[in-house]
Design a protein around this ligand. Structure first.
Ligand code: SAH
Length: 208
C-alpha cells in the first residue's frame, strides 16, 4: 500500500485541523495511508505584517490574494517532490463528483490551494495550477471547507482506508446508481418493519 501526500496551503490552518483529526481520515493517517500537511501561507510572506492580500488592479470591490507569497509556498513544496496535481479550490472550477474523486484517489502527491477574499491572482492560476475544483454552484468565504470536502471524498476511496472495501463500492454514484435504503436492528421498530427480503438470506433477491 502506498502513501498519499496532501499538502494544503491556507491562511487558516486551524480551520482545517478538526476535519482531519477524526473518524476515517484520522484512521487513514494512523494507518500510514495518507499524510496531510497544512502550510500557513503567512510563513511565506516577506513583510513584517505578513500581508497576503492587496487591492484589485482596475478597481472593483474586494481584496485579492497576492502572487508572491503563493508562488513562494508552491515553489517551496515543488522543490521537495513532484506533484501529480496542484489544485485550486474555486467556484468556477470543474464540479467535484465521484468519478473525479476516484481518479484523484490513485495519485501520490497532491497540493491544494485555498483562496480567500475575491480569490487568488490570476497569474498563479495560469502558471502553477493544474486543476481547479468547485464543490458546488455557491460561494463560500474560503477554500478551506471545500478542501476538507475534497480530501474526505478522495481519502475514503484509497484502498485500505475503509475496513470493508466493498462498502465504498456500494455507495451512491460509484456504479451510476444511487445507494439503496439501509436498515439495522431491530427488525421491527414502533411497528415499522424492515422489508422482508432483507431478512430472507436470499442474496440474489437482496441484491436485486
Ligand atoms: N470571487 C470569486 C469567489 C471567491 S470566494 C468568484 O466569484 O468566483 C473565496 C475563496 O473561497 C475562493 O478563492 C475559493 O478558494 C473558495 N471557494 C468559494 N466557494 C467555493 C466553491 N463553491 N468551491 C470551491 N472553492 C470555493
Amino acid at each position: 500500500m502506498s502513501l498519499m501526500r496532501i499538502d494544503i496551503i491556507t491562511v487558516l490552518p486551524q480551520l482545517l485541523k478538526s476535519p482531519f483529526s477524526d473518524s476515517i481520515i484520522k484512521r487513514a493517517t494512523k494507518k500510514g495511508l495518507v499524510k496531510i500537511t497544512l502550510h500557513n501561507l503567512r510563513k511565506f510572506t516577506t513583510d513584517k505584517r505578513k500581508t497576503v492580500d492587496s487591492y484589485q488592479f482596475g478597481g472593483g470591490a474586494g481584496m485579492v490574494m497576492m502572487a508572491e507569497p503563493l508562488s513562494k509556498a508552491i515553489e517551496h513544496l515543488k522543490s521537495k517532490r513532484n506533484y501529480d496535481e496542484i489544485i485550486y479550490m474555486s467556484p468556477d472550477g470543474e464540479l467535484l463528483n465521484q468519478k473525479m474523486g476516484n481518479r484523484l484517489s490513485t495519485l501520490e502527491n497532491i497540493m491544494i490551494i485555498c483562496g480567500h477574499y475575491k480569490g487568488i491572482d490570476q497569474r498563479i492560476r495560469e502558471n502553477y495550477i493544474t486543476k481547479e475544483i468547485s464543490i458546488g454552484n455557491y460561494v463560500l468565504s474560503g477554500g478551506e471547507l471545500p478542501a476538507a470536502v475534497l480530501c474526505d471524498t478522495i481519502i475514503r476511496l484509497i484502498p485500505g482506508v475503509l475496513n470493508d472495501a466493498a462498502s465504498a463500492l456500494t455507495d451512491s454514484f460509484q456504479d451510476n446508481l444511487l445507494a439503496p435504503p439501509v436498515y439495522t436492528r431491530p427488525a421491527v421498530f414502533k411497528g415499522w418493519k424492515v422489508p422482508e427480503v432483507l431478512l430472507s438470506g436470499n442474496e440474489k433477491e437482496i441484491s436485486k
